[in-house]
Design a protein around this ligand. Structure first.
Ligand code: TRP
Length: 351
């Protein structure tokens, strides 16, 4: 049996390069060695957009299309939908009891989101609850690894806390047992690890905040080559001329290192830029845009085949198939958790 991976995306629209370098690239790469579960976190979308069910539905389908375009192989990996895995909702309740309220509210990822999305103090009760739900998303599948971008680290840390606490409280695992030995010591849950991407946090083309569709600073995986070049051209470095020694820690070079995959070429560009060796920003931008377009071309080719309602049907079918498999595992987890909590009155019968 292969070790498992669980990760997911909240359907907020199409995916961008930040998703790719933060997590998607790792998912595609690890499909061979791991039994992968990719979760569509549509419930989480409702925590801030409860008034937009049609948008959330469409965004959910779009994300699957982006996943498939990026190289997720539905014959090897399992694609599943949060709202059709009831064990996740049930585990969320149990886990909510293991986390101090104020600790959830201090979660830095939630705090940042409240700021950047301008949620003020009117966000729903469900909004901070999603962080607890994310622990359940993960632990329902008892994975070893969770590939995510850097911004998700606080959530994975909370998930680890919950798993440790559960195992100690209900499975008799001692306080001094190291995380990696929890399961052999009788714990119901593994203590999963975050796997942060090559570039944990890709800035947007504004060079200020992280890349995000809602901030208007993103290059989407579906952007045509001309748009990619236009967007890259918008990056500002403040450098005046090709002979001015440049700072290779600037945002343009973050993109160089993220997307030009020939290490020798990157080193050469860095050397010449730093020395002001007659190399202009315009030239560097052109090479970056070319590298990005080379990465995106095969994705866009695959995606074109999934456009429109016929593609929707293919996707819905994959979700159904994946969700059956996901529920087998999640129900097994739930029943283990209930046993441990002395809630062993099942199996339940409905109807
Ligand atoms: N909160 C994650 C994001 O915004 C998406 C997500 C939901 C997730 N459930 C998850 C990621 C479980 C990893 C594991 O990107």
């Amino acid at each position: 049996m292969k070790p498992r991976i669980l990760t997911g995306d909240t359907p907020t629209g199409r995916l961008h390069l930040g998703h790719w370098v933060g997590s998607l690239e790792n998912r595609v790469r690890l499909q061979e060695q791991y039994d992968c579960f990719f979760l569509l976190a549509n419930m989480h979308a409702f925590t801030t957009r409860a008034d937009k069910p049609a948008d959330i539905r469409q965004d959910t389908l779009e994300i699957v299309k982006d996943w498939l375009a990026a190289g997720i192989d539905p014959d090897r990996s399992t694609i599943t939908l949060q709202t059709e895995v009831p064990a996740i909702a049930e585990l969320t309740w149990f886990f909510a009891m293991l986390l101090p309220f104020n600790k959830v509210m201090r979660n830095p990822t939630l705090k940042t989101e409240i700021e950047t999305k301008g949620l003020g103090d009117t966000y729903s009760f469900g909004f901070p609850m999603y962080a607890v739900g994310q622990c359940a998303d993960i632990l329902a599948f008892r994975p070893e690894l969770v590939p995510v971008g850097e911004d998700q680290e606080a959530h994975i840390e909370m998930c680890r806390d919950v798993a440790l606490k559960f195992n100690q409280l209900y499975c008799g695992v001692g306080n001094r047992v190291p995380p990696e030995e929890h399961q052999t010591a009788g714990g119901a849950f593994p203590i999963p690890k975050a796997l942060i991407g090559r570039i944990g946090r890709l800035p947007g083309i504004d060079g200020k905040q992280k890349m995000s569709k809602s901030l208007g600073n993103a290059i989407m995986l579906s952007d045509p080559p001309k748009d990619v070049q236009k967007k890259i051209n918008k990056i500002t470095t403040g450098r005046q001329s090709p002979t001015e020694p440049g700072d290779t820690s600037n945002i343009l070079f973050t993109f160089v290192r993220a997307f030009i995959r020939d290490g020798a070429r990157v080193a050469e560009l860095e050397r010449r830029y730093a020395a002001g060796d007659n190399i202009g920003d315009g030239h560097v931008k052109q090479e970056v845009a070319e590298a990005i377009n080379t990465l995106l071309a095969p994705m866009q080719e695959r995606r074109a085949k999934l456009d429109g309602p016929a593609g929707d049907d293919v996707v819905i079918d994959l979700i159904r198939r994946g969700t059956r498999r996901a529920n087998t595992i999640a129900e097994e987890t739930l029943s283990m958790a209930k046993q441990a909590m002395q809630l062993d009155f099942g199996p339940r019968t409905l109807g």
